[in-house]
Write a protein that binds this ligand. Structure first.
Ligand code: AMP
Ligand code: MG
Length: 499
């Protein structure tokens, strides 16, 4: 297929506004997508298109496909690969960058928010190093499904606008169908983007990046006495909230490298991520995380570690006196753990139906988690079935534990605590059902949907699962299989990176 650029014939108008390209010289290289031979549109997110002010019907066409496949550059787009560095599993790489992604541009959505539109898997860029710049269909669909599920669960995340197959193979251990995801993000600025500037000793560039990130994500602090310190505080709060929401929902990101932590506080890069089934804090799913650095229970520690790396990049702009800058930033770093804990506790209090605070709540919740761990109980269903228990059905909850009686003493304590609040059982149960999903992307169902798509070209299981995950809090009749934990297995579940 012949590639066309700056296409006047393509009727789709994104109304791009490319502030990153205009403001941050040195943080990107302009480049093009590689053409796709025989692209096919597999999934299009109509609701998201509308939110972005785009016409979904117009996108659901050859003209849309030409854009999502990288074969046509839409009017007004300035395609570029962003530069970033990053600590990967603790080791620093000064030069990473978008090796298989291309920013098309930014749009202003219907709530006046600026959003990046990016192709992921569109071919090599100057940052590809040894990689092919491509993505395989399985990981593309996986990112689509999990990002959308996270959004519906109320967790800040990048979104998926479209998935296409390219018609060509990508070569991993075996040939696999190639695909491209169109990703939407508040921005793609990461902790690693700051590290990129800092690693080069370019203080002015770091300052320009911070100014840009403040005006884009935290405009309310632009006039603060020390905006860069306030910026660090704002990112700290956004990321602490994010990781708390992961912990509250049983989500394991899997690769919390500093290049995968956004400044906006959105979850990004769904590679080897997964949701926990039975509660076990040491759970690791990623095949590349051999030492369990990014295990479920380590995520809050890694949050602090990553933010300390961001703080290091800000030292020269926070205060001309280096020691004073370090002192100021360290004060904030010391607050991250308690800040995270307060977000986590608030989330957990809602999950167990509490709307007031009591000094004993933390202990009440950690004791529940201990009983769950001991009883190998399913994380998601325990919280969901607490509401059932309030409605008079105790078996579904008790039967989640190896020994059903093991939860009884805790249930008595919990009910005593609930009595302090004077809320009716029904009202409380209804509120709890809005915090505790019934449907999460269960790993075994995700794999089922992906293998149907990849091995048989059958997208129906994917679409069906996506529809269920669009309503994670609503008990849908006849969709119980999506709520069930996997059949017992001795083989631990492993996820593989999308590379
Ligand atoms: P990720 O694991 O997706 O966070 O990627 C880490 C780094 O590797 C980023 O700089 C990516 O752009 C790069 N990368 C991952 N896969 C590929 C690929 N197939 N080709 C080129 N670069 C890649
Ligand atoms: Mg990444």
């Amino acid at each position: 297929m012949v590639k066309s650029t700056g296409n006047k014939d393509n009727p789709i108008d994104f109304n791009f506004d490319n502030s990153f390209a205009c403001s941050l010289e040195g943080f990107f290289v302009s480049c093009d997508a590689e053409p796709a031979i025989a692209p096919e549109l597999l999934q299009l997110n109509y609701a998201l298109a509308l939110e972005l002010g785009l016409d979904p019907v117009a996108l659901d066409s050859d003209a849309g496909l030409a854009i999502f496949s990288g074969n046509t550059v839409p009017e007004g787009s300035h395609t570029l690969a962003q530069a970033y560095a990053g600590h990967q599993f603790g080791g620093f790489s000064p030069q990473l960058g978008d090796g298989r992604a291309l920013l098309l541009g930014e749009v202003i959505d219907n709530q006046k928010r600026r959003r990046d539109i990016q192709l992921k898997g569109s071919g090599r860029t100057p940052y590809s190093r040894g990689g092919d710049g491509k993505a395989a269909l399985g990981p593309v669909l996986r990112e689509y499904l999990i990002a959308e599920a996270m959004h519906m669960l109320g967790i800040p995340t990048t979104r998926a606008l479209a998935a296409i197959s390219t018609g060509a193979h990508v070569y991993r251990e075996t040939p696999l169908p190639g695909a491209i995801l169109t990703r939407v993000a508040a921005s793609h600025i990461r902790v690693g983007t700051f590290q990129y500037g800092a690693a080069r000793g370019e203080v002015d560039k770091v300052r320009a990046l911070a100014d840009y990130a403040i005006s884009r994500h935290y405009p309310e602090i632009a006039d603060a006495k020390n905006p860069y310190l306030e910026f660090f505080l704002a990112v700290t709060d956004a990321q602490a909230r994010l990781v708390a929401s992961w912990m509250n929902i049983g989500f394991i990101h899997g690769v919390m490298n500093t290049d995968n932590m956004t400044i906006s506080g959105e979850t990004i890069d769904y590679g080897p991520c997964a949701f926990m089934n039975s509660y076990s804090p040491g759970t690791v799913f990623s095949s590349i995380d051999q030492h369990g650095r990014y295990a479920y229970a380590n995520q809050p520690e890694i949050l602090v570690w990553n933010l300390a790396r961001l703080a290091e990049t800000l030292i020269p702009i926070v205060d001309p006196d280096k020691n004073r800058a370090i002192e100021l930033l360290t004060e904030t770093i010391d607050c991250i753990k308690p800040l995270y804990e307060s977000h986590w506790l608030a989330g957990m209090q809602s999950k167990v139906g509490l709307s007031t605070e009591d000094p004993q709540d933390q202990k009440l919740i950690t004791d529940l988690l201990s009983v769950m761990e001991e009883g190998q109980a399913d994380f998601t269903l325990v919280f969901r079935h607490l509401a059932k228990f309030l409605r008079g059905e105790s078996d579904p909850l008790r039967n989640l534990f190896k020994d059903p009686g093991a939860i009884d003493p805790w249930l008595q304590r919990w009910q005593k605590r609930l009595e302090q609040e004077g809320v009716s059982k029904d009202t409380r149960a209804e509120t709890m059902d809005r915090f505790n999903p019934i449907y999460i992307p269960r790993n075994h169902k995700v794999e089922e949907a992906l293998s149907a798509a990849v091995e048989q070209g059958d997208m129906k299981p994917f679409t069906k699962m996506l529809n269920v995950l669009n309503h994670p809090f609503d008990d849908i009749q006849e969709e119980e299989v999506y709520a069930e934990p996997p059949p017992m297995s001795n083989i631990p579940y492993r996820t593989f990176c999308g590379t």
